[in-house]
Design a protein around this ligand. Structure first.
Ligand SMILES: Cc1ncc(COP(=O)(O)O)c(C=O)c1O
Length: 370
């Protein structure tokens, strides 16, 4: 049997950048600027321009980026503890944790049958006069219906916040990119993300100068200038070495993204198996395929088959957030679509360093599943 196709290959993914990254490490050591400084500012400018947003603030990770958005809005008086926030029930737990840790109340909204994003019709039914924000997630890299959510937020006068942790560079038909759709957006550069650091990293993008300024203070011990602490802040800064690495990765991202999209297109066109439900594949750039997630009824059998045939797979995510022990007070919620999705979803290999023969083999194995 050919060697196993790993679900993700972090070493191969980073190899093309090895020389540039090593060079950045050398420059970093020579600069002596290990906390914040030019490298962070440069990356922030570069990423804001990439997203088409006015401001970017680098952060320690994606969860902290979400936390800082909520804390920033609280400092500005636009959110108050106890306010309700609409959140997708089908997401990674970080989305929900950010809301709860900010002392806001998550209101779980199911996806629409057949797609993964928050169902706007259900959001409309769950909105109340306590709702002050809608936190959408571009899950697996697929943009939510941007125009619908923008008018929904406007009509109800709620903040529209994007969890864009999985959606770097996803763009609407009208040219609006993830990170510039809502009032503020959070990104993650966790090493396996489409743009991955060599450790933890994240960012907030926004067009609001007052929010960006608040976040800069909050993330740096509440300190607007040295030795002055204005508010009870955090240490949630983007690491300066990661900022350098991210600048290298971002420069090459269009190439890496094209490769991802080409593989996704082959999967969609060539996987033909009635037992496997494929994700939707818009051809307009609104899906960046952070993950290629199929749905199957007998997941264990399917994953065993993939494993026996040398194709790695993973589940994103096996347990829905509202069923996690940490979210005990939400355990009794009845969210049937979300719960079924968590039993059916399987992610198959999709990353830039996957070779054509690995893609071919993956397709063959999926087509052979009975
Ligand atoms: C949808 C979503 N939101 C938030 C996060 C949190 O990002 P991080 O792991 O960088 O804190 C992640 C990634 O793990 C994610 O997938």
């Amino acid at each position: 049997m050919p060697t196993k196709i790993p679900f993700f290959n972090i070493i191969a993914e980073n190899k093309p950048y090895a020389e540039k990254l090593a060079n950045e490490l050398e420059l970093f050591m020579e600069s002596g600027q290990f906390i914040l400084g030019d490298a962070v500012t440069n990356f922030e400018r570069q990423f804001a321009s990439f997203c088409g947003s006015d401001f970017c603030v680098g952060t320690s990770n994606g969860l902290d980026a979400l936390r800082l958005i909520f804390e920033g809005y609280k400092s500005l008086g636009l959110l108050t503890e106890g306010d309700e926030v609409l959140v997708p029930a089908h997401t990674y737990i970080a989305t929900i944790l950010a809301v709860i840790q900010s002392n806001l109340k998550p209101v779980f909204v199911e996806p629409k049958e057949g797609s993964f994003g928050m169902d706007i019709d259900k959001a409309k039914r769950l909105i109340s006069n306590k709702t002050k924000a809608c936190l959408v997630v571009h899950l697996y890299g697929e943009l939510i219906d941007t125009e619908a959510f923008q008018s929904f937020a406007k009509e109800h006068n709620v903040l529209l916040i994007e969890d864009a942790a999985q959606a770097h560079g996803a763009v609407t038909a009208s040219g609006l990119k993830a990170g510039a759709i809502g009032d503020a957006a959070a990104f993650s550069f966790y090493p396996t993300k489409n743009i991955g650091a060599l450790g933890d990293a994240g960012a907030v993008t926004t067009n609001s100068e007052s929010l960006a300024n608040k976040i800069r203070i909050l993330q740096n011990y509440g300190s607007p200038k040295k030795d002055m602490n204005q508010v009870l802040g955090f240490n949630m800064r983007l690491d300066a070495l990661q900022a350098r690495f991210l600048s290298v990765k971002l420069e090459d991202y269009p190439n890496a993204l094209n490769r991802r999209l080409a593989i996704a297109l082959r999967y969609v066109n060539e996987i033909k198996n009635p037992k496997i439900k494929l994700p939707v594949h818009p051809q307009d750039g609104s899906h960046v395929f952070h993950l290629f997630v199929v749905r199957v009824a007998d997941r264990k059998d399917f994953m065993d088959f993939l494993d026996a045939n040398g194709v790695g797979s993973l589940i994103h995510y096996p347990i829905p957030p509202h069923r996690q022990e940490a979210l005990e007070s939400y355990n009794n919620l009845n969210l049937p679509i979300t719960e079924r999705y968590h039993d059916e979803v399987v992610s198959i290999p999709l990353y830039a360093s996957l070779t054509d023969s690995q893609v071919q083999r993956t397709i063959e194995v999926l087509n052979a599943y009975e």
